[in-house]
Design a protein around this ligand. Structure first.
Ligand code: NAP
Length: 185
């Protein structure tokens, strides 16, 4: 068994809000492309990455974009008994998903594992022993939100990654910036 590092990917506005009424409160095409490139890009040939998400995040993705292409889509639910239509796998907890992605035959087909929300899935992932990085798109604007990114404690340090654009981005009058945090302890 080979352990896999978990990376969280999130976009959050000034109050660390990530969603409202089951949707993301802003439209930033550049950030969507960044998300797609980051979560699809593999280093090991012949493998794909996995994206792990809560049931509500799955259903927040418009039908025509589900499953997220070229990635293994894993949905977490404590109540569903079969994967929602289009999803590749269902797991009853983050730990069950990680076990499936590291200890079963599925593991041989997977390069990286990305945790893509929402709130409680991020919370579990931040405290998971395999948690490695948080890719945070900081959106410098106030939006009304009902879902938030959990607090990152001071074991997460801002790092520079030459593969990630560091300059301020701007779209539709909204400024945003890509940040990478790494868990140091
Ligand atoms: N800005 C961003 O980067 C970003 C990213 C993702 C999502 N969002 C937004 O966030 C909102 C959705 O997030 P959310 O926090 O409300 O919901 P969510 O985490 O996506 O889904 C919650 C559901 O997922 C299942 N679940 C969550 N944690 C689980 C666990 N540890 N084990 C097993 N099942 C688990 C449960 O499903 P059951 O009830 O079926 O048991 C739970 O009711 C939407 O507004 C979406 O647009 C934003």
């Amino acid at each position: 068994m080979k352990t896999k590092k978990l990376s969280l990917v999130v976009a959050a506005c000034n109050n660390m809000g990530i969603g409202v009424d089951g949707k993301i409160p802003w439209t930033l095409r550049g950030d969507m492309k960044f998300f797609s490139r980051l979560t699809s890009g593999t280093e090991e040939e012949g493998k794909q990455n996995a994206v792990v998400m809560g049931r509500k995040t799955w259903f927040s993705i418009p039908d025509r974009f589900r499953p997220l292409p070229k990635r293994l889509n894993v949905v977490l639910s404590r109540n569903l008994t079969t994967p929602p239509e289009g999803a590749h796998h269902l797991a009853g907890s983050l730990e069950e998903a990680v076990k499936m992605l590291t200890e079963t035959t599925v593991a041989d087909t997977i390069d990286k594992v990305f945790i893509i929300g929402g709130n409680s899935v991020y919370k579990d992932a931040l405290s998971h022993p395999c948690c490695h990085r948080v890719y945070l798109t900081r959106v410098y604007k106030d939006f009304h939100c009902d879902t938030f990114f959990p607090n990152m404690d001071d074991t997460f340090k801002l790092v520079s990654d030459p593969t990630i654009p560091s300059e301020m981005q701007e779209e539709n009058g909204i400024e945003y910036k890509y940040e990478v945090y790494e868990k140091v302890a």
